[in-house]
Write a protein that binds this ligand. Structure first.
Ligand code: RFL
Ligand code: PHB
Length: 390
């Protein structure tokens, strides 16, 4: 089999890339290790930047998002005694974010692929990128016990943090930067009315909590827990009780509680691989970098990678030029590092750390007090939260 671009991974990165390349008349095949249902069962991101919303629109998969998504003009934060609403729209000259779940984005992309009978192979085993240091790369995989080989011009590794693409690169060709935090987020999804019409990020003495949502009837909450926490130690009632404590009295009074329909713990990590291109293999999304979820940047960074990468490939096929491909890694990394900085800063501001020490605790409270009193600091937070330009 031959294609122009072989894409490994059918998460949001891989499917968005495949959709944009298809619209530009470029042939591609997507290889996904899991089933479509499994991919859709992973509850992850909920907040989309304007840039990502625009890309989904350009990809022709925005109809349901505009109907069902919730545009948010502001976001709320509380640290110790300091409470603050960040007026995203007012501070950024009119920019907002869209609350629309990653599951829904992925489903819309999958439906668009199904509608055009696109080549997406689910439950592809042993996917292996080969010869990407030559001009004739290949990918092999097994399906139903039969081995297949795809010859292509480029391989795009959109296979997440644990994928095969980054792992296939020789160790001496890649530099990895990492910070692991000793905490995780315990998240629950429940069919209850959101406690507030906008998100609330809170740093309480007991630790971080976040009140988020997927719709007017579906809420998503998180609490900070030690990273090695056994999820069975947190029955639903205990989570609701803790949320009421950490989110404060007003939220507690408004909080509707109910059974969880999903519950999971995600570790917090900052990670960047450099470079993102190895000959004819390019990494995009979580395959190349991870941010802690505090700034809501992971999915949005995946989208900006795909913006640069799809344009580079369209330039290659349209103008027979490698210039865009050559520049991909550097362009993407410049934006990635800024989102890494913002996510790290939000994480350090909003969590309780076991070994923080008295000085750093003072810095945390002072950072928040400064934010509450400085227009410039609020503009900085707002422009990062709605997303820096591509
Ligand atoms: P994904 O979604 O991990 O998809 C990768 C796909 O590749 C497949 N795969 C393979 N396929 C073939 N062969 C192999 N060897 C393979 N290995 C893996 C996988 O099965 C999978 O289907 O990466 P992608 O597409 O780059 O997308 C990245 C986003 O998923 C991620 O950055 C966000 O979810 C991060 N994130 C958030 N991002 C935001 O922008 N806003 C948020 O509000 C936000 N909240 C979150 C988050 C992530 C969280 N968790 C659980 C990590 C909240 C949480 C709790
Ligand atoms: C979510 O709704 O899942 C969510 C929202 C904001 C974040 C992280 C996750 O910063």
């Amino acid at each position: 089999m031959r294609t122009q671009v072989a894409i490994i991974g059918a998460g949001p990165s891989g499917l968005l890339l495949s959709q944009l390349l298809h619209l530009a008349g470029i042939d591609c095949v997507v290889l996904e290790r899991r089933s479509a249902d499994y991919v859709l069962s992973r509850i992850r991101a909920g907040v989309l930047e304007q840039g990502m919303v625009d890309m989904l629109d350009k990809a022709g998969v925005s109809e349901r998002m505009f109907k069902e998504g919730l545009p948010h003009d502001g976001v709320n934060m509380s640290v110790g005694d300091t409470r603050l609403r960040i007026d995203l729209k007012g501070l950024t000259g009119g920019k907002t974010v869209m609350v629309y779940g990653q599951t829904e984005v992925t489903k819309d992309l999958m439906d668009a692929h199904t509608a055009r009978d696109a080549k997406v192979v689910y439950e592809a085993e042993d996917v292996t990128p080969i010869d990407f240091d030559t001009d004739t790369p290949r990918v092999t995989y097994k399906k139903d016990g039969v081995t297949h080989e795809i010859a292509c011009d480029f391989i795009c590794g959109c296979d997440g943090y644990h994928g095969v693409s980054r792992a296939s690169v020789p160790q001496d060709a890649i530099t990895e930067f990492e910070k692991v935090y000793p905490i995780g987020w315990l998240g629950i999804l429940s069919y209850v009315k959101p406690v507030n019409h906008e998100l609330i990020y809170a740093n309480h003495d007991n630790g971080f909590a976040l009140a988020s949502m997927r719709s007017h009837t579906l809420s998503r909450y998180y609490i900070q827990v030690p990273v090695d926490t056994d999820i069975n130690a947190w029955p639903d009632d205990a989570i609701w009780d803790e949320l009421k404590i950490r989110l404060g009295e007003e939220a507690a009074a408004n909080m509707e509680t109910g059974p969880s329909i999903e519950k999971s713990i995600a570790p917090l990590r900052s990670f960047v691989a450099e470079p993102l291109r190895f000959g004819r293999l390019m990494l995009a999304g979580d395959a190349g970098h991870i941010v802690p979820p505090t700034g809501a940047k992971g999915l949005n960074l995946a989208a900006s990678d795909i913006y640069y990468l799809s344009n580079a490939l369209i330039e290659f096929y349209g103008e027979k030029s490698m210039a865009g491909v050559d520049a991909y890694s550097q362009k993407a990394l410049a934006r990635i590092w800024k989102a890494e900085r913002f996510s790290w800063w939000m994480t350090m501001l909003l969590h309780k750390f076991p070994d923080l020490g008295a000085f750093n605790a003072k810095m945390q409270q002072t950072d928040m007090d400064y934010l509450a009193s400085s227009h410039a600091a609020q503009v900085s937070l707002a422009e990062n939260y709605v997303g820096l330009p591509f």
